[in-house]
Ligand binder design. Structure first.
Ligand code: ADP
Ligand code: MG
Length: 678
């Protein structure tokens, strides 16, 4: 029977009021109730009297010495007294107002009592008599409840649901998978989660519950993916192959093998009716932009518009300049849309986008405003996509008629996130850097040794290097931060001007001024650029080879890696100097990790462990689902196994096999309809 169809009110003792109360926990039916698992367990071990501490809650095991006596006292109150022999000592057990417990004490039988120990009186005020099977110890389940319902009430409801319906719990995970991983069936699991007999049983139940939760989640993802495949809603972009090949040939460099591979993956998706939802991941400097440009060009040759959204104005402007230059000989019209444009400018550009006068549109999140309409959007590229919230990404996807989506990120996606937050996306990886790049050498110094950094910069400048100097957001107040950047700017001017040209860049500057400074730096008219983190992502000036980061302990690992990635983009040997006085172990650890590896993947994994998923993604809307039993970081291995099994079931019509019948019908209801298989 499908227990999801049996309302909790079917249990005796659940009237309208209690039903309401239990619904406030999100429990509607017997299935919900049986799968409402404890959020933690209190593990109680049988105590020896020698170890018992006054007023502590303990579990004692003994032999009932005499029949219990129930005495009334006060108004409607009563007390049950019984003596038990524990380790050759007679202990008085007292229960208040639970006269029915007297049946549990039979002279000569073994019994276990949980309660509060009174050291002086050598007595225990009982809270609970533990049944036989628990005599070795007891694990107490603790549920999360609210003001509408007590622990005790919930537990007794779960108990009666289990007594009445446990034989009808159907196991959803197919048998062959349970066998393969030595997992419990659903009935055993429900028992082991709520009323474990011992640690081993509870352990296995938990492992099973985690697998089950992850597996069902992954089935949802597989279903979503197959929906994209089945509904032939994606655009067929019949791009001009020769045109694209010629364009690639005209580039000043050859694509790396990895770039060529991912480009083909993307073009294949665009050409098919499959709705592309692809994540392009490649470490900083691996050359993602050119891949995006080729894809956009392909979209344009098939008669559509293509848009690229960047998280900062500086980056949008850079894309506009660079892409514009690449496309100029091709007579493709490109425009830029940002928040700092005047209404007049904005309206004129928006009009060109709407009428299809521009083919390629570069912008910031200004692109997702309601006032922006596309004529025929075929492809959306989201650059540095981890900097956008889930909703912003969705809004852009909803522009136009189901355009293909290419999301790009330099922050390598830790395994956990790849499976969960990005599980519905296909992933392309650029796993090599363009030829000739040298490893960035990273040094960490304490601020008292700052002179060393000045000396180093002097030497590098003499060798015609360009230098970034980055200062963090130190306070909440942008004014103070600015002052900090200005002080450092003054210091560098004092030391190096007028021999070298020093520039200053920060978020408060008007847009045209920012553009001007960036353009001077990229044309080597500025030697040292003192900047706030506005240059953190995307900025590409290949000649820059030194990155100095002040107060580096204030940045997260991923952020430092991004900043460091502004250098090492050309053939010059590049350096990164971290100035930091770490105040604790983790901060110290971060400095050590950074100086020891350039591998963005390793750094992202470490970062995830240290800070949690939301932070690494730079947004609270990390898209990481809210798992109840499993922890996607700690239980990554179970998660990966669940993904593999879910994928296998969705492949090759395996779902149609009879062994997967129960799962199929369960999922069918869960997702309204399962796309592939009916
Ligand atoms: P990211 O992946 O960090 O966005 P970019 O796309 O900004 O990297 O590329 C970094 C730099 O490498 C740019 O200056 C770009 O022109 C250059 N580049 C990209 N592909 C190649 C290549 N195959 N060979 C040489 N240089 C390349
Ligand atoms: Mg980039």
């Amino acid at each position: 029977m499908d227990l999801r169809t049996v309302p909790v009110s079917a249990l005796s003792g659940v009237g309208a009021k209690r039903f309401e109360a239990i619904r406030s926990l999100g429990i509607e039916n017997i299935y919900d109730l049986l799968f409402y698992f404890p959020f933690r367990y209190e593990d109680i071990e049988v105590k020896s009297l020698d170890d018992a501490i006054d007023q502590e809650k303990i579990l004692l095991k003994g032999i009932v010495a005499s029949d219990p006596v129930v005495a009334r006292f006060g108004y409607k109150k009563n007390r049950l007294n019984v003596r038990i022999i524990v380790e050759n000592e007679s202990v008085m057990v007292t229960f208040f107002n639970q006269p029915w417990l007297k049946d549990k004490f039979v002279t000569g039988d073994e019994v276990a009592v949980y309660g509060k120990w009174n050291q002086n009186r050598r007595a225990i005020t009982g809270m609970k008599v533990i049944g036989d099977e628990h005599a070795e110890g007891s694990i107490d389940s603790v549920y999360s409840v609210n003001k509408n319902i007590h622990q005790k009430t919930l537990i007794s409801l779960i108990k009666s649901a289990y007594e009445e319906y446990s034989d009808q719990i159907e196991t959803i995970i197919p048998e062959h998978i349970l066998e393969k991983y030595h997992l419990m069936n659903d009935k055993e699991m429900v028992q082991g989660m709520h009323f474990p007999k011992n640690d081993e049983q509870n352990e296995l139940a938990r492992r099973t519950a985690k697998f089950r939760e992850f597996f069902l989640f992954e089935c949802g993802i597989q279903n979503m993916k197959s929906k994209d495949q089945i509904n032939q809603v994606g655009l067929l972009e019949n791009y001009d192959k020769k045109y694209i090949d010629d364009f690639i040939d005209s580039l000043p460099f050859d694509l790396t093998t990895a770039q060529a591979r991912v480009t083909q993956e993307i073009l294949d998706d665009m050409e098919s009716s499959y709705h592309m939802n692809r994540l392009l991941q490649g470490d900083v400097g691996s050359g993602k932009t050119i891949v995006a440009v080729i894809a956009m060009l392909a979209s344009v040759t098939s008669g559509y518009q293509a848009a690229i959204m960047a998280p900062t104005e500086i980056l949008a402007q850079q894309h506009f300049n660079k892409i514009g230059k690449l496309l100029a000989p091709l007579k493709i019209r490109i425009s830029i849309l940002t928040g700092s444009q005047t209404k007049k400018e904005h309206d004129a550009i928006a009009d060109n986008i709407k009428t299809g006068k521009t083919n390629v549109i570069v912008g910031t999140h200004a692109l997702i405003q309601d006032s922006v309409e596309f004529k025929d959007l075929g492809l959306i590229v989201i650059d540095e996509q981890h900097r956008f919230g889930v909703n912003q990404r969705k809004s852009l996807r909803e522009k136009g008629n189901n355009p293909d989506v290419l999301a790009m990120t330099a922050t390598p996606i830790p395994r956990t996130l790849a499976i969960t937050a990005y599980g519905d996306m296909d992933v392309s990886r650029i796993d090599e850097l363009p030829a000739g790049r040298k490893k960035i050498e990273t040094y960490w110094i304490r601020s008292q040794k700052i002179e060393q950094m000045y000396r180093f910069v002097t030497k590098e400048l003499a060798d015609s290097a360009q230098v970034y100097v980055v200062t963090p957001l130190i306070s909440e107040s942008e004014k103070i931060d600015l002052k900090n950047a200005e002080l450092i700017y003054d210091k560098f001017s004092e030391l190096f001007a007028p021999k070298y040209r020093i520039g200053l860049l920060h978020g408060q500057m008007p847009n045209d001024q920012k553009e001007d400074v960036m353009s001077q730096f990229s044309h080597q008219k500025i030697d040292v650029l003192v900047s706030t983190t506005v240059i953190e992502v995307g900025v590409d000036v290949p000649n820059a080879s030194v990155m100095v980061i002040y107060d580096a302990n204030r940045f997260g690992l991923s952020q430092l890696h991004q900043l460091r990635g502004r250098v090492g983009r050309g053939e010059k040997q590049s350096y990164c100097i971290l100035i930091a006085d770490p105040k604790n172990e983790t901060a110290l650890e971060r400095m050590k990790i950074l100086t020891s590896t350039n591998d963005g993947f390793v750094l992202a994994e470490e970062d995830l462990k240290m800070r949690g998923a939301g932070d690494v993604l730079g947004s609270r809307q990390s898209g990481l689902p809210d798992f109840k039993v499993g922890d996607p970081i700690a239980d990554i291995n179970i998660l990966e196994t669940a993904q593999i099994e879910a994928e296998a079931i969705f492949k090759d019509d395996a779902m149609a096999k009879s062994e997967n019948k129960v799962l199929k019908s369960f999922l069918n209801d869960e997702f309204e309809q399962l796309n592939n298989f009916d």
